[in-house]
Ligand binder design. Structure first.
Ligand code: HEM
Length: 495
């Protein structure tokens, strides 16, 4: 049975206008001198049409270029007002409009959705106090712990500058020299590295953030989103097959599920750590609570339920609402806060900066990015100024300084900072292996075998020296881990 076309799939007879709204008499035949031409420069409609076409693309995101978006709502199911004064959590049953953009990380805008890669899980809450963006991944940890390594790390995931090919050698050269990556490398090469679309994976804020309550007390927090659809992963072979047969598998799955009314949902949880608990836990475990390569074990900090996220509306226009979406971890509302995590600090700068280049000076004026609450400031002008402050004064009243004690940067308790300003090299002094080993030991026998095979495929293509260095890390995480990957490599060498 043939499918009904979508409205956007069929041309209409509606009269066309120029971008300035002037009716166009003929949109099929250029204005020419004589039937054969040449074309006349005064065919402004033709010229405007070609000019606009030439400018249709904006730069793709430098990472997370391939993605899918949807709108929905967040509903509070449990009271966490003891921890946060943020108004979106003020009452059970309260709903806040949301937007989510899922993505892969390393590939270009046209790359396959089923690549082995972390998945982005970038969530925006349009709260009455401004936009809160929780820009996370489907993994609770990350490969590195210092933002200065991020551009180098990402370059190893992109194409070789000469061959223009992806390079397992670049990837494992980096990972084998940065053993803090082992925890996430283990997750990436497990079955979780190829989720079956976006509906069947969990989400994580990953960093340690903070919550501040109305008494001005701060706790450290990690955010978790657990899929109600259940975890479902693709085998490596199926992921490879789909990359050819249906490279937009995840986009199709999300869009069609929402069109069918099968709205995906996630349970939202927090883990909470008081600062006095932090010092005791750090002494006991030797781990740093702000280290993004580590998780907080659930047995130490159980998950506390908060609410439910549901996605229930597809964007009407992909470019306007998904490609131009500009989310940033710097966007937190009163009652939510940052932490000293070095990676988070790097990200607080990086996103808005990238978006000033990628979308433009006034990217926050676009409908998908604009707050749903009233907003005003003295930022004026620049390209595409849509909400330019109207007739309101364009400078701030000096005497008003500090008059909004609950606002951004005010009313928050500070946190103590100590130490000498220097560059600290933690290599060899920090435990990069225990949590990676713990993750490995959680896997079933079949899942371990999949991990060995998924690793042996790229590792069999890299120089011996890099292979050995990486195998040494697997050995230190768990001898069975190293032995398993060695056996999978040996099996490949025999065929
Ligand atoms: C220092 C480390 C990092 C830097 C410098 C960085 C930088 C960036 C930049 C520049 C973008 C493109 C933004 C845009 O053009 O809109 C981006 C996108 C993204 N990043 Fe990061 N990133 C870092 C680490 C992370 C981590 C640890 C996570 C997850 C926990 C993450 C998740 C994402 C996601 C989900 C997107 C896509 C957002 C969207 O869908 O629009 N990044 N990152």
């Amino acid at each position: 049975m043939s499918q009904q076309p979508r409205a956007s799939e069929l041309a209409t007879d509606e009269p066309v206008t120029t971008a300035s709204g002037i009716p166009v008499a003929d949109n099929q035949n250029s204005l020419t001198a004589g039937a054969r031409g040449p074309v006349l420069l005064q065919d402004f409609h033709l010229i405007e049409k070609l000019q606009h076409f030439n400018r249709e693309r904006i730069p793709e995101r430098v990472v997370h270029a391939k993605g899918s978006g949807a709108y929905g709502s967040f509903t509070v199911t449990h009271d966490i007002t003891q921890h946060t004064k943020a108004k979106l959590f003020s009452a059970i049953g309260k709903q806040t409009e949301t937007f989510v953009r899922f993505s892969t990380v390393g590939g270009e805008r046209g790359s396959a959705d089923t690549e082995r890669d972390p998945r982005g899980f970038a969530l925006r809450f349009y709260t009455e106090e401004g936009n809160w963006d929780l820009v996370g991944n489907n993994t609770p940890m990350f490969f590195i712990k210092d933002p200065i390594k991020f551009p180098d790390f990402v370059h190893t995931q992109k194409r070789d500058p000469q061959t223009n090919l992806k390079s397992p050698t670049m990837m494992f050269d980096f990972w084998s020299k940065a053993p803090e990556s082992l925890h996430q490398v283990t997750m990436l090469f497990s079955d979780r590295g190829t989720p079956d679309g976006y509906r069947h994976m969990d989400g994580f804020g990953s960093h340690t953030y903070s919550l501040v309550n109305s008494a001005g007390e701060r706790v450290w927090v990690k955010w978790h989103l657990k899929t109600q659809q259940g975890i479902r992963n693709l085998s490596a072979a199926e992921a490879r097959r789909l990359a050819g047969a249906d490279p937009d598998h995840a986009q199709r799955d999300l869009f069609e599920a929402i069109e069918r009314g099968q709205y995906p949902k996630w349970n939202v949880y927090i883990q909470v750590m008081r600062d006095d608990e932090r010092s005791a836990w750090e002494r006991r475990t030797g781990w740093n609570a702000f280290d993004l390569t580590k998780v907080w074990p659930h047995k130490d900090f159980p998950r506390i339920p908060v609410g439910v996220l549901e996605l229930n509306r597809n964007p009407a226009n992909y470019h306007a609402e998904v490609e131009q979406a500009a989310l940033s971890p710097a966007n937190v509302v009163p009652g939510l806060g940052y932490s000293p995590d070095k990676m988070l600090q790097g990200r607080l700068f990086a996103y808005h900066d990238a978006q000033l280049y990628r979308v433009g000076t006034n990217h926050q004026h676009l409908p998908v990015n604009r707050p749903r609450c009233p907003f005003h400031n003295q930022q004026r002008d620049g390209a595409m100024a849509i909400d330019n402050g109207g007739a309101a004064p364009n400078y701030a009243n000096v005497q008003a300084a500090g008059s909004r004690p609950q606002g951004f940067g005010h009313g928050d308790p500070g946190w103590a900072v100590e130490g000498v300003a220097a560059r600290y090299d933690g290599r060899g002094q920090e435990d990069d292996y225990t949590q990676a080993g713990n993750l490995f030991r959680l896997l079933t026998a079949q899942e371990r075998q999949n991990l060995f095979d998924n690793l042996a495929d790229p590792l069999s293509q890299v120089p011996r020296e890099i292979q050995e260095r990486q195998l040494g890390h697997f050995d230190r995480a768990d001898p069975a881990y190293g032995a398993g990957v060695r056996a999978a490599l040996a099996a490949r060498a025999r065929v």
